[in-house]
Ligand binder design. Structure first.
Ligand code: CUA
Length: 295
């Protein structure tokens, strides 16, 4: 009897909490409203089943409470009931899964005019690479990453020469223009996630994963890593700035390309060699700057 009342309170409490919940999504800032729709559909199906099952239990508790002299009926099999339940469950599961398949199909079909952006994840941070004027990213490999080649670009690939390096956790994107995110990881699993874009995917070491979205609200958004990746996982944050064409082009023009990075690096090395020579000339034991300090 009391148990039945407790169950009723649970149902009512759940509904009230849903209506006045303090927890809800962030504002959406991309084309993926379909993500919200499928979650809401799952919510209605899951919530509906939850309420029906609880109500059935309340009914049973009241209807079949103890009465002196009443015996329970033994019913090992009920073909009609089983058939009905099987069909209901089947329809429910199909309704839960089928819309998701349709959305997934769109999620991996990238529009032709999408700008390709490589997201490189590492323990613990983000950096990015954009194609240069040719619109194509050069091929790369984690195996050849070094100080001289921080993205592990294939130096024989002409597409990579004008690639733009964004060696910071801040990425800028053009408003109302689809973007294809190509994910790379140089160590463990990570996941590039901006809640307002309603899209994310794991970065898997050894392969390149991808998805696309179209930002449609100018603003600044926080990037979160959504895959547990070690002790500093919580601190693996970044920033995406969605802006208009003028500001975007200005930002892009200020970035360094692979060619200019390599040239600069070569100059730095020459200068450092000169330093070593000067230091060797004054081979003084008390010299502050020693050979091993210069790399
Ligand atoms: Cu990277 Cu969690």
């Amino acid at each position: 009897m009391y148990t039945g009342l407790v169950f009723l309170a649970v149902i009512l409490g759940s509904i009230i909490f849903h209506v006045w919940t303090p927890w809800w999504w962030t504002d959406i800032a991309s084309n993926w409203s379909a993500m919200d729709d499928t979650i809401i559909l799952s919510f209605w199906i899951g919530g509906g089943v939850f309420i029906l099952v609880c109500l059935f239990m309340v009914y049973c508790i009241f209807k079949y409470q103890y009465k002196e002299g009443r015996r329970s009926e033994y019913k090992p099999e009920d073909k009609k009931l089983e058939k009905g339940l099987t069909w209901l469950t089947t329809i429910g599961v199909v309704a839960l899964l089928a819309p998701g398949l349709v959305v997934w199909n769109n999620y991996i079909r990238v529009p032709d005019n999408a700008i390709h952006v490589e997201v490189v994840a590492w323990q613990w941070g983000w950096k990015y690479r954009l194609p240069g004027k040719d619109g194509k990213l050069g091929t790369s490999s984690n195996k050849i990453i070094s100080d001289d080649n921080p993205y592990g670009l294939n130096i024989d690939d002409p597409n990579g020469k004008d690639d733009v390096f964004v060696e910071s956790n801040e990425l800028h994107l053009l408003n109302n223009r689809p973007v294809k995110i190509l994910l790379r990881s140089i160590d463990v699993l990570h996941n590039f996630y901006v809640p307002q874009f309603r899209s994310k995917m794991d970065a898997v070491p050894g392969t390149i994963t991808y998805y696309w979205f179209e930002p449609n609200k100018i603003g600044e958004y926080e990037v979160l890593c959504a895959e547990y990746c070690g002790v500093a996982h919580y601190a693996m944050r970044g920033k995406v700035v969605v802006e208009d064409e003028k500001n975007y082009n200005k930002w892009l023009a200020e970035r360094e390309t692979f060619s200019s990075f390599t040239a600069k690096n070569r100059n730095n090395k020459l200068n450092k060699k000169k330093l070593v020579k000067i230091n060797n000339l004054s081979s003084n034991k008390n010299s502050i700057l020693r050979k091993q300090d210069v790399r």
